[in-house]
Design a protein around this ligand. Structure first.
Ligand SMILES: Nc1ncnc2c1ncn2[C@@H]1O[C@H](COP(=O)(O)OP(=O)(O)OP(=O)(O)O)[C@@H](O)[C@H]1O
Length: 653
């Protein structure tokens, strides 16, 4: 860089233009903001761009600063056609060459003044050490030393604009572009800002500023006047300022190794995301809650289904180890025949008890509280009606209160009934006793007991149970023999039973052990698993959707900040990364919290049911992984929207 100084009035020597526009136009739908602009800006100039509102000044500045692109014509930076720059190169060039001061002093309000001042350096990947070295003197220089730790949102308008200039010049950019930097300030603050810009210029920086203020324009070396998108007058290069000050930070950044830059960028992106989350804790908490519900539901569902499966298994296994059922295909012609079978099986080795049970058709027996014809509106009884002997109830471990179970076997010629607790409630029987009856087959039948605990046969709860001798056998009875065996004996007895009961025709006897139900158990587990998966996926999809929407709205609410970062040279990937990290953090925290809540829910529920809680290790991993995955997924769209944002549009507001 040259350090020559010319006396006023002396012609400037020809030098290569830093920025050069040739026939540049910028058209918007329905508006021609620039029409064939030719302009060359040389190193060290202080140029004021003036003109009426709508004449294209801001558009010109945006094109010069690579925030916007010309529709026609050629724009060159250091002699290189900007049209040749890819998106990444534009961003890089923007960060390295330009410093921006916008009219509305955009700042990241939640960040400290110092952190805002180094925003451009961070985008350029300048090392933390250099950032620290540069920030203190620059804040002092702009009278902000005492405000270094203050959140930028608390600064006054003048302080913010000084911060904006500090941020623009901290990396010693070659060109500072200022769009009405004093427009929103009072006279005193406006003069301070201008003083700083002149000082920059004295130190060799090229300054281009848009202004409406004739006094500011008059103090510039060169005034470019615009009207209707065209340059209508240009006082031309008048003199070159003295140049000192190299571009230390810029060179430093250019020399940095890519790996360190990317690492610093990552640290920065994570820090920015966390600070964005902590500044809106209520919003962050709601998002976490959404993922907590999704992944918590998943963990709870896995845990509950596993615990339930274990519980079902243990019941089935218990039954499998000591129960066998048998029935004759042809049924029985009388209860005497059934009783004979019962005594035959009782004599077999390993049989600890045997009873008989048969189901009657509830719609034929028609149990009711009152005489059926006397009260037509009474509700139909929809439980089971069973014939059983007292031994059946005993081997099932059923407990009968207020009555004598033995009456099932010896009812002295007339029918009697026992009611399961549910059935008693439905039939309006509080307690059995003299005169308490239910109506079966249209006849009153004394209730002699209530089955309070159905033991292993849950159907008993809702059943009306009558004794084996209660009714004459009209047709053959499909009664089942139920055997309680010594542990581990069902399989052997299942083999022996057909021959023991029907030596001539063993195939007439059908035997079933509960072990056969194991197949069913697997089926039940698979169904439960599928249901759990569907419910969890729906929950997570809802969480994703609500988090995605909230984050998208967040992007819309942070357009100023995004524009600023893009203008200062933050890469698109880093902008997207900010939102993805936000989504990941929220999803991860939600997933982890959901995992914990899900486990607590399983423990509490299992405890209340008296189950052994089973939480497979993978449930928590699934919970966290799905929380993380769906958190990132929910941020993808907002991240893409944010990274594609056009900084020129956003700065415009
Ligand atoms: N993104 C856009 N879409 C459509 N029209 C636009 C857009 N940006 C600028 N324009 C139009 O281009 C013209 C020039 O706008 P520009 O903001 O550059 O003018 P200006 O001289 O800076 O005005 P002001 O002094 O009021 O800020 C205006 O008519 C404006 O409406």
């Amino acid at each position: 860089m040259s350090s020559e100084q010319l006396r006023p009035g002396e012609a400037a020597p020809p030098s290569q233009a830093v920025l050069s526009l040739r026939g540049v136009s910028r058209e918007f739908p329905g508006a021609k903001a620039l029409t064939g602009v030719d302009l060359e800006i040389h190193e060290g100039e202080f140029v004021a761009i003036v003109g009426p509102s709508g004449s294209g000044k801001s558009t010109l500045l945006n094109v010069l600063g690579l925030l916007d692109t010309a529709t026609h014509g050629t724009y060159s930076v250091h002699g290189t056609d900007a049209a040749r720059f890819g998106e990444r190169q534009r961003t890089e060039e923007r960060a390295q060459t330009f410093g921006f001061v916008f009219q509305d002093s955009h700042v990241v309000g939640r960040d400290s003044t110092a952190r805002n001042a180094v925003l451009g350096l961070r985008a350029r990947g300048v090392s933390l050490g250099v950032q620290k070295r540069l920030v203190r003197p620059i804040l002092e220089r702009f009278g902000l030393g005492h405000r270094a730790g203050t959140p930028a949102s608390l600064l006054s308008g003048g302080e913010r604009q000084r911060l904006a200039i500090a941020r623009a010049v901290i990396g010693s950019p070659e060109v500072v572009l200022a769009d009405e930097p004093t427009g929103s300030l009072d006279t005193a603050n406006g003069e301070t800002v201008l003083r700083h810009l002149r000082e920059l210029h004295r130190n060799g920086t090229t300054v281009i500023l848009v202004t409406h203020d004739p006094a500011i324009a008059a103090s510039a070396d060169r005034v470019v006047t615009m009207r209707d998108g065209a340059v209508v007058s240009d006082t031309g290069t008048a003199r070159l300022a003295e140049r000192q000050n190299g571009h230390a930070a810029g060179k430093d950044a250019r020399g940095e190794r890519l790996v360190r830059r990317r690492r610093d960028e990552l640290v920065d992106v994570v820090a920015d995301s966390l600070s964005a989350l902590t500044v809106r804790p209520a919003k962050a908490l709601l998002l976490v809650l959404a993922f907590l519900l999704g992944s918590g539901g998943l963990v709870a569902a896995i845990g509950l289904s596993e615990s339930a499966a274990v519980k079902v298994s243990s019941r089935i296994d218990a039954a499998a180890s000591d129960e066998v059922r048998a029935n004759r295909e042809a049924g029985y012609g009388s209860w005497g025949e059934a009783a004979a079978d019962v005594s035959r099986v009782k004599s077999l080795v390993g049989v600890r008890g045997a009873g008989v049970v048969a189901d009657l058709s509830s719609s034929v027996v028609n149990p009711s509280t009152f005489r059926p014809e006397s009260f037509l509106g009474q509700p139909a009884f929809n439980g089971a009606v069973r014939i059983a002997d007292s031994e059946y109830l005993r081997i099932q471990g059923a407990k009968v209160t207020h009555g004598d179970v033995a009456l099932l076997d010896h009812s002295f010629g007339s029918p009697i009934a026992l009611l399961g607790a549910d059935a008693a409630r439905r039939l309006g029987v509080a307690k059995p006793g003299p005169g308490v009856v239910v109506w079966l087959y249209g006849e009153p039948v004394p209730v002699v007991g209530v089955i309070e605990d159905p033991g292993r046969d849950p159907v008993l709860s809702g059943s009306v149970v009558v004794g084996v001798g209660s009714y004459p056998v009209m047709d053959r009875i499909a009664a089942t023999l139920v055997l309680r065996t010594a542990p581990g004996m069902p399989a052997a007895l299942a083999d022996a039973l057909p021959k023991a009961l029907s030596p001539a025709q063993p195939s007439d006897v059908k035997v079933q052990t509960v072990a056969d139900l194991r197949e069913l158990k697997h089926g039940v587990n698979d169904d439960l698993g599928r249901l759990v998966a569907i419910v969890s996926i729906v929950l997570l999809a809802i969480a994703c959707l609500s988090a995605g929407t909230t984050m998208y709205l967040g992007v819309l609410g942070r357009t100023g900040e995004i524009a600023l970062r893009r203008a200062l040279g933050m890469r698109r990937a880093a902008i997207a990364g900010m939102f993805l990290v936000e989504g990941a953090v929220v999803g991860l925290v939600g997933g982890a919290a959901g995992g914990a809540v899900g486990m607590i829910a399983v423990l509490a529920y299992a405890q209340s049911e008296g189950w052994a809680p089973v939480i497979p290790w993978y449930a928590a991993v699934w919970g966290i992984a799905l929380g993380l995955g769906s958190g990132v997924a929910s941020a993808v769209h907002p991240a893409v929207v944010a990274s594609r944002a056009n900084p020129a549009q956003l700065i415009r507001g």
